[in-house]
Structures are given as structure tokens and as C-alpha cells.
Write a protein that binds this ligand. Sequence first.
Ligand SMILES: Nc1ncnc2c1ncn2[C@@H]1O[C@H](COP(=O)(O)OP(=O)(O)O)[C@@H](O)[C@H]1O
Ligand SMILES: [Mg+2]
Length: 282
Amino acid sequence: MANYEIRKLHKNTLASRNETNKYYLGDTSQNTTMEEWIKILNTLKMPLEEYDKSQILLEVLKKHHEIVIKIGDDNSIQREYQYARELYPIKGFVKFICYMTYPDKTKSNSAGSTMKIILMPYFPLGSIGLYKWRDDEIHIFQSCIKHAFLSHINAFTCGYLHGDFHPGNVLLKTTKHTTLDYDLDGIGQIVGVETHGIRPWMMDFENTREISRDNKSDIMDYYFDIQKFIILLQDHRFIQRIDKRTFIPISRIIHTNMTTYPNMEFIEQMMLAIDGISFISE
Ligand SMILES: Nc1ncnc2c1ncn2[C@@H]1O[C@H](COP(=O)(O)OP(=O)(O)O)[C@@H](O)[C@H]1O
Ligand SMILES: [Mg+2]
């Protein structure tokens, strides 16, 4: 028997507003037929009756079993996909599966308005912000913050600012790697950062843009992007038992460095300060 599931992924209210929607699509039985899928997709107002596109979707589901579809009707989806391709070599940035368009049948105008969709992998552990962290997982939490910070700075040294660094945009996945290295262009190499079996994956590149390391305001924007992430991590609506006091050193380091291009000393100070983060035990 076909065993599929569709549900809308709800935005967390603290994140910035955007016009896209995300749906979880799961087919654990792997025997939902193309006709059934077309019916299901119609309920999402996705009339993918064009044979080739439904075929692609079906093939993707056969391989991945569970995926997330991001749908929007403006060009931001296409731009996001383009940035994801450019960011592909950067450690810890989500790799999308594919990009498609289809005619928007819900609009009566004949101007040929199209819906744009991105298919991406589903991350069953969810995001750093919504994962239910247990007391004994503080070391995993700390290493995930370190890796997210290093991925973010890695993109920056390659000339890209993520632009929407928040705990709902950092997904989690188990990993067999016990450590990961980061080669930061123009700064140096950070070797063997522990993972504790879970690592973060950055997503949502709608606000991503190219930056120049010689531009002072781009450098400030880099620090603002981290500051936003650090401030939102302290919001109890994300992580209920976070000890805000343990974030004071991190905020201080960000403030002190605000006007200079990030260097090795800044990174080492941040890594040490992240080790100081704690939960308030129950
Ligand atoms: N590919 C995915 N796998 C698992 N969970 C996801 C995925 N994409 C998004 N989510 C979850 O759904 C929530 C909503 O995502 P999104 O539409 O990007 O809104 P926002 O980032 O504004 O919260 C995210 O906060 C995240 O927890
Ligand atoms: Mg998001």
C-alpha cells in the first residue's frame, strides 16, 4: 500500500519574513504511483502533469525517500539556487537536489507567470533552533555552533555573505566524521574541529550576496550576521534552557572585532568562548 505524507513546514516566527513555502514530502513505502503523486501535487496547487517533471520528482523520491520542496513565484528562488551552486564547495552548506519551474495555473492572467521550486534533502533532526537539546548534549550543541560559525566564515572568505544566519536556518545531520577541517582563504587553516556525531548544514540563501573583503560595510555586515545568530540563540523561544550569561564573552569578542577583517585570533577567541556556553540544568 502507498504510504506517503505531505505537510507544510512552519516558519518560526522569529525569522525574517519571506514569501516562500516549504513542504515535506515523504514516500517511505516507495510504491506511490506517478498518477497518485500528480493527484497529491495538485492538492499543493502543483500541477506537475508534464510527464518529464513528474518523472524527475518521482526519481528523486525513489532515491531520497524524504525531501523538502521550497516553492515561490518570484525570482528569489532561482537566485537562491544559483547561489547554492556557487556555494557548493563550501563545507556545511546544504546541497540542493534540483530546480524546476511550472506554469502557475492558479493565476488567471495569460502573462505566463511561473512557479519556481527547489527540491532539497530532508533533515530529520531539524534545525539547531528547534532541536530539543538535552542537558547531556551541551558538548554537541557547542561543536555545532563552532561548525556553523566556521562554515559561515568560510563562505565569507570565499566572497559570500550568507545574510540570514539564524538558528532555524541551520539544519542538523548525523555524521561519521569525528573531525572536520576548514581552509579559510586568506586567514589560514583550522584543523580537526570535533563533531560529536552531529554536524550543522546552512540553508536558505535568499539574502545571500557577494561581498568584497576590501569593503568596510561588507565586513560590518558579516559581524551583524553572526551577531543576529548569537542573539537569536539566546532567545528562549528557540532553546528553552540556554544560559544567557554564558554568551557575554562571545558578544564582547564580536563587538571588539567589528571593524577589522576576521583573522585567526578572532576565530580562536570565538572557539574558546563557544566552549563556555551552557544550559541551565533542570
Ligand atoms: N530541509 C529541511 N529539513 C528539515 N527541516 C527543515 C528543512 N527546511 C526547513 N526546515 C524546518 O522548517 C522550518 C521552516 O523553514 P523556512 O520555511 O525556511 O522558514 P524559517 O527559516 O523562516 O523558519 C525551519 O525553521 C526548519 O526548522
Ligand atoms: Mg529558513
